[in-house]
Design a protein around this ligand. Structure first.
Ligand SMILES: CCCCCCCCCCCCC/C=C/C(=O)SCCNC(=O)CCNC(=O)[C@H](O)C(C)(C)COP(=O)(O)OP(=O)(O)OC[C@H]1O[C@@H](n2cnc3c(N)ncnc32)[C@H](O)[C@@H]1OP(=O)(O)O
Length: 267
């Protein structure tokens, strides 16, 4: 893990990743992307049940791709970087555990695209989201043109990308980019960890199956999505996790869900 630019801290089942380039407004360079990729590749074996991603300092979550790094790229290098960024964000989206973006400030360009590839965002009052690429003669290249229209609808997405206008924390909540109202900056990480802890208390395979159903069903027909949901739901009912969950309810106690590997072996 490239700890200097992406700080990783494990607290129980929750991994907190902090983009740590405050002098560059936490801009995404290749090393940060590598750190995110490392964190995702470790999820399957590390026992991590939720990830929180945030930015260091009070000004920025992430100000986007590192423009100083971009300025030196030729077309082939740009193609490689684009593929790298899209691949890392897609792997984050499909890592099997919830990824909570704790948006502590500016989330611009690739920074906003990182937020969009997370499961959901918790925003502080300082959060401000934007896609300024068109003003640079670029376009959002880490998924923004695809995820933002799916998140807020094509008209709002087009307005954001074509004007570069930023979305305030309150508007992000109103648009559904953040499920909860903005929180005080000093409460942001606590709020993100509270949400992560609530999810970690649920059945890990059920959480993974819900994320999979949503991801694979996103662009499917309703019929296909319902069939996918049914197959995942049957798998959940056949597993040790649901046996424990239902038994705990009937015995009026908190469930003690088996670790995912144990559950998988029991199935
Ligand atoms: C010829 C180019 C070809 C390029 C081909 C590349 C193709 C491959 C693309 C791959 C990526 C595609 C997907 C993502 C795209 C993007 O994210 S594009 C970038 C989008 N982000 C921005 O446009 C934000 C840029 N920054 C700003 O607008 C401002 O800096 C700010 C964040 C609003 C802060 O303003 P202010 O408070 O006035 O501080 P500044 O003086 O501007 O900045 C302070 C220092 O921080 C550095 N910095 C800020 N943002 C970045 C950044 N994104 N990359 C690198 N560095 C950044 C800034 O340079 C200052 O540094 P110093 O001058 O050294 O102090």
């Amino acid at each position: 893990m490239t700890d200097d630019v992406l700080h990783a801290e494990r607290t129980g089942d929750v991994l907190t990743l902090t983009i740590n380039r405050p002098k560059a407004f936490n801009a995404l360079n290749a090393a940060v992307l590598d750190g995110l990729a490392d964190a995702v590749s470790d999820v399957a074996t590390s026992g991590v049940r939720a990830i929180v991603v945030t930015g260091s300092g009070e000004k920025a979550f992430c100000a986007g791709a590192d423009l100083k790094e971009l300025a030196d790229l030729d077309v082939d290098q740009a193609r490689v970087l684009l593929a790298r960024g899209q691949g890392v964000f897609r792997s984050l989206e499909r890592c099997g555990v919830p990824v909570v973006a704790a948006v502590n400030g500016l989330a611009l360009g690739g920074g906003f695209e990182l937020v969009l590839s997370c499961t959901f965002a918790i925003v502080s009052h300082r959060a401000s989201l934007g896609l300024p690429e068109a003003g640079l003669g670029l376009i959002p290249g880490y998924g923004g043109t695809q995820r933002l229209p799916r998140a807020v609808g094509p008209q709002v997405a087009a307005h954001v990308m074509l004007t570069g206008e930023r979305i305030s924390a309150d508007r992000a909540h109103a648009l559904g980019l953040a499920p909860l109202p903005p929180v005080a900056p000093e409460e942001l990480l606590n709020s993100a960890h509270d949400v992560a802890a609530r999810i970690v208390s649920k059945g890990p395979l059920a959480v993974r199956a819900i994320l999979e159903a949503m991801d694979r069903g996103r662009d499917a027909s309703l019929e296909t999505g319902l069939a996918l949901e049914a197959s995942l739901a049957v798998a959940a009912t056949a597993g040790a996790e649901s046996t424990e969950g239902v038994a705990a309810f009937l015995e009026r106690r908190d469930p003690r869900f088996p670790a995912p590997d144990a559950t998988r072996e029991a199935r």
